[in-house]
Design a protein around this ligand. Structure first.
Ligand code: GLU
Length: 533
């Protein structure tokens, strides 16, 4: 019988979801979905010095927001879709729930289990007590570093302390750690799903501390025990964990368990190929969300950080479910993956164009609410339909939702203010500019009211806009064609556009006029004519 694929994301709650963490979680999700497997979220919170209050909740919310659903592990009430799911309140984090039969899914709730296994390793001769003081270890490390040797524990406590002495020290409650006894002169070999065959010489591997003096396990011990307890079949994680694998493989061997398949994902790099910056603003997923990147774009972009669909595929915009179809380890790269913010902007712009306007509207509101031009706008310029119309003209050029409305601020104002000089097209005289504006006013007055009515939700072509444009183009031809037959459309359209927007650069006057409507467009033109007089 084929065993069910089970993967886990095992973040440490040190603050926020890191872009690298998201990539691991995404590949976990894709691989589990593709193979009809389970995706588990567990929390590695044994390093109390790095623990940050609220981080567990934050990780869960970020994954929920991005749509990376899990089958098992830690949840919040809001992330549980099915009422029939049995969830128990976690002991350590109020409001955090645990779902599944292989828990606890939070390491700090399993301390007794880890301790028992560490003691079993000692009893079996695969681990030993170490009573070395931190000062001694520090001195040893400095000497080794000075000699340019890798810092490796010298096995003092393995070789110099008798069992009787150990018992006595334990009885006296002396502080101790438990270390893994790495066998000498062995080559540990394994097949990584991304990197292929990988080898490590045990002589270069440190006798890793498994249980710390505070009774907490280290990452290595807890991670292996959990992955076994939770029946994890594939361990997917960043390349920085590759050198831990020999320790893990030895632990699996000493416990008599079969190791899972390992898949180590390439390092993330800055554009200059240095290791990806650690500045929170650059790597925290929540900050990208706050900057106005869509979840679809973030997922799409992160999927390509170290993977591509291969087979000469040129498509770059993928939904989550399309990614599930395409994903496999054969197309995960070995070399580092460059984090290119321009690429993210481009993908985001594609997604802003792609999602339905009603969705774009819903997602834009929170960003609009931070802008003075929106807050101070009259109510009729905040209506759903009006905003959707604005989004309709902006979405073609918008890179991030945080900039929403900025290029159209004149559409939120009752009155616009600008220097009348801006109305002048090239070398035109005032009289010509006035004539042009009066012409536009006349054209608008005679225009069919229907041209100004359109449904921004409709997928159909905006016919009114086409008609407004055609009308003005014809008027330009009729009035501003020189003797050589050349039309200077700017003579009509420049003053018109400035009159409607007050801006040097903006969307086309047809789009703006259609959104403002006939009456307001005419009154803005009248204002402009006054500026010239
Ligand atoms: N807690 C580790 C991390 O923060 C997990 C590594 C692993 O997946 O084994 O990345």
């Amino acid at each position: 019988m084929k065993t069910k694929t089970r993967v886990r994301f095992a973040p440490s709650p040190t603050g926020y979801l890191h872009i690298g963490g998201l990539r691991t979680a995404l590949y976990d999700y894709l691989f589990a979905q593709k193979n009809g497997g389970d995706f588990v979220l567990k929390i590695e919170d044994t390093d109390r010095k790095r623990f940050v209050e609220g981080a567990v909740e934050n990780l869960i919310s970020s994954l929920d927001f991005l749509g990376l659903e899990r089958n098992e592990g830690v949840f919040q009430q809001a992330s549980i879709k099915n009422d029939n799911i049995q969830a128990i309140e976690s002991k350590s984090y109020p409001g955090v729930l645990e779902v599944g039969e292989f828990g606890p899914y939070i390491q700090s709730e399993k301390l007794e289990v880890y301790k028992k296994y560490a003691e079993q390793l000692v009893a079996d001769g695969h681990a030993y007590y170490c009573f070395c003081e931190p000062e001694r270890l520090e001195e040893m490390r400095s000497e080794q570093t000075a000699l340019k040797r890798p810092p490796i524990y010298d096995q003092y406590c393995l070789n110099n302390i008798t069992p009787a002495e150990i018992n006595a020290k334990l009885k006296e409650n002396c502080s101790y750690t438990i270390r893994l006894k790495i066998p000498k002169d062995e080559t540990i070999e394994f097949e990584d799903a991304v990197r292929g065959k990988v080898k490590f010489e045990t002589n270069l591997v440190d006798d890793q501390v498994l249980l710390k003096s505070d009774g907490f396990p280290t990452y290595h011990l807890a991670n292996v025990i959990d992955d076994h307890d939770m029946q994890i079949t594939h361990v997917i994680r960043g390349e920085e964990w590759l050198s831990s694998v020999p320790k893990h493989i030895l632990l699996y061997r000493f416990f008599g368990w079969a190791p899972p398949t390992f898949a180590h994902l390439p390092l993330l790099l800055n554009a200059d190929k240095s290791k990806l910056s650690k500045r929170q603003g650059d790597v925290a997923v929540e900050d990208y969300i706050k900057k106005g990147y869509l979840k679809e774009a973030i997922i799409n972009f992160v999927a390509f950080l170290g993977w591509n669909p291969g087979n000469g595929e040129t498509q770059e915009i993928f939904t989550l479910s399309e990614l599930v179809d395409r994903f496999d380890f054969a197309h995960v790269h070995k070399g580092g993956a460059v984090f290119d913010i321009k690429k993210l902007d481009w993908i985001n712009a594609q997604w802003i164009k792609k999602i339905p306007i009603s969705d774009l509207y819903q997602r834009s509101l929170e960003f609009l609410q931070t802008k003075d031009f929106y807050v101070n706008a009259p109510e009729e310029k905040k209506s759903e339909i009006y905003l959707k119309k604005i989004l309709g003209i902006e979405r073609g050029r918008l890179l991030r939702l945080s900039a929403v409305g900025e290029d159209s601020h004149f559409l939120f104002k009752k009155e616009i203010h600008y220097d009348g000089e801006l109305l002048r097209w090239k070398e035109c005289e005032d009289a010509e500019t006035r004539k042009s504006l009066e012409l536009s006013k006349n054209v608008l007055e005679k225009m069919d009211d229907n041209f100004f009515e359109f449904d921004p939700d409709s997928q159909m072509e905006n016919d009114g806009l086409k008609r407004i444009m055609e009308t003005f183009m014809r008027v330009a031809e009729d009035n501003f064609t020189d003797d050589a037959g050349k039309v200077d459309r700017g003579k009509l359209l420049w003053p018109l556009r400035v009159a409607l927007t007050g801006e040097q650069r903006s969307s086309s006057p047809f789009e703006v006029a259609q959104i403002l409507g006939k009456v307001e467009s005419i009154s803005r033109i009248e204002m402009a004519i006054k500026k010239i007089n």
